[in-house]
Ligand binder design. Structure first.
Ligand code: NAD
Ligand code: IPM
Ligand code: MN
Length: 370
């Protein structure tokens, strides 16, 4: 039986609450004979700061590199607002992305028919929406140097963040987007701001060039990132795959999340480049954060986390069929009317995090081979 090495990094706030539901799902797959899921758990974010004085330890990074897949909950919260910038909770996640080389962040936004009413847009605009944001994750303004606040002679302070992209970084993320588009509706929308940013000019040139050279069969359009944000709420179904830089991808994916009903619905996969043996580092996490406003109350929607497990099954564990079944189970739970508070109509009854996880497990069980 195959052994799947999983590193679970629950993190802070609702992170551990939704990670517990992911564990229930893994346990069911193991019982149903989909392999042995060897799960280790470690600290990240504020929890690691409290225990070790840093948001991720070298040992945890080593475990992450060694794992077949990392499942990550969420990090951050008001408790750590005052820690030094370099060791804030979010820095743990950024280090994992950088050290594991996770340059390709896939953020699918799918609006299940049963959830169309939960979207902030009208039903016909979002029903059956299926778009994929391909976000560059290890470059851009997140990592560019200098990144600092300096005090000028006048006493005034000046803050600097630096947006940097090389042709190689743009090339590899664009190829991921074109390759995925070929498995979907064959259209890529490349979002940048070439009208104000040199990195946008280069982004546009590189995407145009590799399209002409290797992907002429895929429809390509260029869209300014601000217009893309507007189009996402005007007519989201015009999109198939959107490819963009690190910062625009962060913002556009939160916009896309609301089209599906809730930020609590959006999973993600962060992938590195495959090595010679075809193995690549990977981390799977919900797009949402630690949600301090609802943490500790059992109110969080675990479906983004559980959907991230489905992506891990598909992209890292060679269990595409299991992933399809897990996504089908999520769909049937929603169709049955089960709702956590974030996706429930105002005033309607809602279930908690654990009950939603249990509902998915119950719906999945009959779909699995004995
Ligand atoms: P957030 O995503 O934590 O929450 C935004 C809003 O969405 C809140 O009202 C929250 O209750 C709601 N929400 C989020 N996930 C939900 C879920 N699963 N179910 C129901 N409702 C949900 O964003 P924020 O409040 O801006 O950030 C809080 C902290 O999380 C910050 O420290 C931030 O840096 C961090 N953060 C971490 C990650 C991550 O770990 N990947 C991602 C985003 C934000
Ligand atoms: C996300 C988050 C992170 C980001 C933070 C927590 C560093 O918002 O994954 O969307 O900005 O990438
Ligand atoms: Mn974000």
């Amino acid at each position: 039986m195959a052994t799947h090495k999983i590193l679970l990094l629950p993190g802070d706030g609702i992170g551990p609450e939704v990670a517990a539901e992911a564990k229930k799902v893994l346990k069911l797959f193991e019982e149903a004979g989909y392999g042995s899921f060897e799960t280790e758990t470690d600290l990240v974010g504020g929890a690691a700061i409290d225990a070790h004085g840093k948001p991720v330890t070298d040992a945890a990074v080593a475990l992450a590199k060694d794992a077949d897949a990392v499942l990550f909950g969420a990090v951050g919260g008001p408790k750590w607002d005052k820690v030094a910038y370099e060791i804030r909770p979010e820095a743990g996640l950024l280090r994992l992305r950088k050290d594991l080389g996770l340059f390709a962040n896939l953020r699918p936004a799918i609006c299940y028919g049963a959830l169309a009413e939960a979207s902030s847009l009208k039903r016909d605009l979002v029903e059956d929406l299926d778009i994929l944001i391909v976000r560059e994750l290890t470059g851009g303004v997140y990592f560019g140097e200098p990144k600092e606040i300096v005090t000028l002679e006048s006493g005034e302070k000046r803050a600097v963040d630096t947006q940097i992209y090389t042709t190689g970084e743009i090339d590899r993320i664009a190829r991921v987007a074109f390759d995925l588009a070929r498995t979907r509706r064959n259209k890529v929308s490349s979002a940048e701001k070439r009208n104000v940013m040199k990195s946008g000019v280069l982004w546009n040139q590189v995407v145009t060039a590799i399209h002409a050279k290797d992907y002429a069969d895929v429809e390509l359009e260029h869209v300014l990132a601000d217009n893309c944000a507007m189009q996402l709420v005007r007519k989201p179904k015009q999109y198939d795959v959107i490819v963009c830089d690190n910062l625009f991808g962060d913002i556009l994916s939160d916009v896309a999340a609301m089209l599906t009903g809730s930020l609590g619905m959006l999973p993600s996969a962060s992938l590195g480049a495959p090595d010679a043996a075809g193995r690549r580092a990977s981390l799977y996490e919900p797009v949402h954060g630690s949600a301090p406003d609802i943490a500790g109350q059992g109110l969080a929607n675990p479906l983004a986390m559980i959907g991230s497990v489905a992506m891990a099954l598909r992209y890292s564990l060679g269990l595409g069929e299991a992933a399809d079944k897990l996504e089908a189970a999520i769909g049937s739970v929603l169709a049955s009317g089960a709702r956590t508070r974030d996706i429930a109509p105002a005033g309607a009854n809602a279930i908690g995090t654990g009950e939603m996880g249990d509902a998915v497990v119950a719906a999945l069980k009959p779909l699995l081979r004995a």
